[in-house]
Unconditional design. Structure first.
Length: 800
């Protein structure tokens, strides 16, 4: 019995649950909870630059990017800002919806360079362009080949075709083309066949007998012009056994002699003249013939012709005096000292011969016994305490004979140690001599303001001959000293063993009872003379007041005076007993500083004054809070209409100054939010400012449907989202099940199909979705199963 009661109670409870499941259920949607506006921070990244820019806090929505305040990296310049990878310019607005870092973007500083090109203008050939031409460019010589019957005139530059000659300088400010200008050749090419020249030297040609040195003649240039008749390479020839043989040494002996030379066109003017073929040369009325040996007489490549003079016969002439014999020669060697470079030398002689130094040798110890016994080539510089050898060649001048010269009869102005070898050939004497004193030292003179004295060369170990005393105005010479401090007097009996400098000492000596005063303004300027005379034993007042007489250097004031290197205070008296140099002493002028203040000009907040300023000053970023609807633009100096400066830019502070904040309207960007009710009642579109939120409208209605919510791009829309563009929200609906049509078709707020007030069924306040239908179905299914089981059990019990 109890078991039956329990089953009945369970069935009753299940029926009650099913009954409640049929009761309409109301789900209350939660309303949006208002939230406080969120603010963010704007940071700045130098991106390799230097310096700092202060972060900006409490930013929400629109923000205007400032000018760059960083110092660029080397060889870079500011390009723009990068915000989340997008490049933005200063003063451009961005939308701030989270903390953001604004990064500086740099670009290379591109050096401006220009190219100079060349235009042949009808000529031929090419001239290479010059890239990276300097700003002041020197025009080159023409390298183009002229057109036929033309010659180069000048260069043409610029749109006006200004004419310039090669070597002229032009200013380069852009790429430029330099054009060749040609002109007609006014005269045809001239062929030169006959050249006339004169030379007074050739008048001596019959007086050469017996002369030892064969001379070289120079033929003067003859008419017409542009022919080079110079014979610097003139060659004397003697016919020996029928052959003309070059002669460059010895004496003129009986026989046939001639001169061989050449003519050639001057290379610079080779475009206009050429030698004829054949070409003749007439010198002093005598025709010189062209040697061709059966070939063209003129060289085809560069108009060159060999010319020979007529033959001159020299006979033995008893009337000609024999050469003068030179039995001995004294040579003077010049200009060698310790530390000097060993190179070619000059030897002077007091006899009628030419002397040439062939080279220097250095004595060496070849067998290791500590004594110099050989010699080697001397290179580098002359060393102290080293014996050198000199190789000398002596040649007789015209009219002189040195065939009787012996090695012992050749002497030097040095200590001669030995003669290594000698050779007499072709009237030339060669010898190598060892010298124990080839060294000379230099004595220099520092006259300390007196008249200059040239350096004197003194042989090693010799004494210095005193030079003439120097002179100096307002001083008396007091002797030579070995040191700059003038404490060690020099003894002229001292042997000179090295380079030395002697220093002159002076004592003040008034001229006409007056000393010399020199003024050193030390960077200042004045119309006063820089020197003058002052009375001996007079007093000079060191005046502290110099206004109107001397202008100090910029930023300086007078600190005192210095007389002959000794400082003196302002206002002192100085007794003149010598020549003096009066020097002005300066010190830095006191620096005046100023205060920089800031005026909010309608904004709020404070900015601290900046004190102690002078000169260049960089304006800070604005820290005031802008008036409603405004943003900071720039600073204005001293008034709202004063000179304007952007933050981060520099100005010069030379007085107390107040900078006024200048505000400008914040541009308002709006977007349109459109509502697509998807067949439901119309919903009015909304205009929303950038960064603001959409006001959720009243739910639309649609017959036979329950409104579930608004979606954007298929997803449920959150009305707490900031609007940053035009959007369209689409309504979503659910069908009302049969028998549960609680639609409010007339919009009066009450159910038209049930006579009861309308209740809201959506289970999700955001989307409007409801699972209540499925829940009711599941409960009814479970109830039916339990009821069936219960009936089955009853029947089973009855059967039993």
């Amino acid at each position: 019995m109890n078991k039956m009661i329990k089953k009945r109670m369970f069935s009753l409870l299940l029926c009650i649950v099913m009954l409640f499941s049929l009761v309409p259920m109301t789900v209350f949607a939660t309303e949006d909870i208002p939230q406080q506006p969120t603010t963010y921070t704007v940071n700045f990244d130098a991106n390799g630059g230097s310096g700092t820019m202060t972060s900006v806090n409490n930013v929400s929505g629109s923000y205007t990017l400032p000018p760059n305040g960083f110092i660029p990296p080397a060889n870079k310049q500011f390009k723009c800002w990068s915000v989340n990878g997008i490049e933005k310019n200063p003063f451009e607005s961005i939308s701030v919806t989270s903390n953001v870092t604004v990064k500086a973007v740099w670009k290379d500083i591109v050096a401006t360079s220009y190219t100079v090109s060349f235009d042949s203008n009808g000529g031929s050939g090419s001239m290479a362009s010059v890239t990276n031409a300097p700003s002041l460019y020197t025009l080159p010589a023409n390298s183009f080949t002229p057109p036929a019957n033309k010659q180069f005139k000048c260069w043409a530059v610029g749109v006006q075709n200004d004419e310039y000659d090669p070597g002229d300088k032009i200013t380069i400010t852009a790429n430029v083309t330099v054009k060749a200008v040609w002109e007609a050749i006014t005269s045809s090419r001239q062929v030169i066949s006959d050249v006339v020249a004169t030379s007074s030297d050739l008048d001596t040609i019959f007086k050469l007998y017996g002369l030892i040195k064969i001379p070289t003649f120079n033929v003067t240039q003859g008419a017409p012009a542009y022919i080079n008749a110079s014979t610097s390479n003139l060659i004397w020839q003697k016919k020996i056994e029928g052959v003309w043989t070059n002669q460059d040494s010895g004496r003129f002996t009986p026989g046939e002699w001639r001169i061989s030379t050449s003519l050639r066109i001057d290379g610079t003017d080779g475009y206009y003249y050429e030698l004829g073929n054949p070409t003749t040369l007439t010198v002093n009325g005598q025709a010189w013939t062209v040697e061709n040996n059966g070939k063209p007489s003129v060289h085809p490549d560069y108009s060159h012709a060999n010319i020979d003079s007529p033959a001159f016969t020299i006979v033995d002439d008893p009337n000609v005096q024999p050469p003068v014999s030179v039995p001995s020669v004294n040579m003077i060697l010049n200009g060698y000292e310790v530390g000097a470079q060993i190179s070619a030398a000059t030897v002077e002689t007091d006899a009628m011969v030419d002397a040439e130094v062939l080279g220097f040798l250095k004595m060496v110890d070849s067998n290791g016994d500590g004594q110099p016994d050989g010699y080697a080539e001397a290179t580098g510089i002359f060393e102290k305490d080293v014996i050198y050898a000199i190789a000398v060649s002596l040649r007789a001048k015209n009219g002189y004979d040195i065939s009787d010269l012996t090695a012992q009869s050749v002497s030097l102005d040095r200590s001669l140690v030995d003669i290594i070898e000698e050779l007499v050939e072709y009237e030339t004497f060669n010898g190598i001599y060892l010298l124990d004193d080839i060294i000379q030292y230099t004595v220099s003179f520092e006259t300390n303001g007196g008249s200059a004295i040239s350096p004197i060369k003194v042989a090693n170990g010799k004494t210095l001959v005193p030079p003439a005393d120097p002179t100096r105005a307002y001083y008396a010479f007091a002797g030579w000293y070995k040191d700059e401090e003038l404490t060690q007097a020099f003894d002229f009996n001292t042997p000179i063993t090295g380079d030395i400098t002697l220093y002159a000492k002076w004592t003040p000596s008034p001229v006409g009872g007056k000393f010399l005063m020199t003024i050193d303004f030390n960077g200042g300027t004045s119309t006063m003379p820089a020197s003058g005379e002052v009375e001996a034993n007079s007093s000079i007042y060191l005046n502290p007041q110099i206004e109107g007489f001397v202008t100090p250097p910029t930023g300086k004031v007078l600190a005192g005076y210095e007389i002959n290197g000794v400082p003196y205070n302002l206002g002192e008296d100085y007794l003149v007993t010598q020549n003096i140099t009066l020097k002005f002493l300066w010190k830095d002028a006191p620096v005046t500083t100023y205060t920089v203040s800031f005026n909010a000009n309608g904004g709020t907040g404070t900015m601290a004054d900046v004190t102690g300023m002078s000169g260049d000053y960089m304006l800070p970023f604005c820290e005031f809070t802008a008036p409603a609807g405004k943003k900071f633009k720039c600073w204005a100096e001293d008034s709202v209409s004063g000179t304007q400066y952007y933050a981060g830019y520099g100005c010069v502070v030379d007085s107390n100054v107040t900078f006024y904040a200048i505000w400008e309207d914040i541009p308002v960007t709006t977007y349109t939010v459109t509502f697509d009710s998807a067949g439901g009642s119309a919903v009015t579109a909304q205009t929303i400012e950038e960064g603001q939120k959409v006001t959720k409208p009243a739910d639309p209605t649609k017959s036979g449907f329950n409104f579930k919510g608004w979606t954007l791009n298929g997803s449920a829309y959150n009305f707490n989202t900031a609007v940053n563009g035009d959007i369209t929200l689409v309504a979503t609906w659910e069908t009302i099940p049969a028998g549960h049509d609680h639609a409010d078709n007339d919009g009066d707020g009450s159910c038209d199909t049930c006579g009861n007030p309308m209740s809201t069924r959506p289970g999700n306040p955001s989307t409007g979705d409801s699972n209540i239908i499925w829940a009711l179905f599941a409960l009814m299914l479970v109830g039916c199963i339990v009821l069936a089981v219960n009936v089955f059990n009853k029947k089973k019990s009855s059967i039993k």
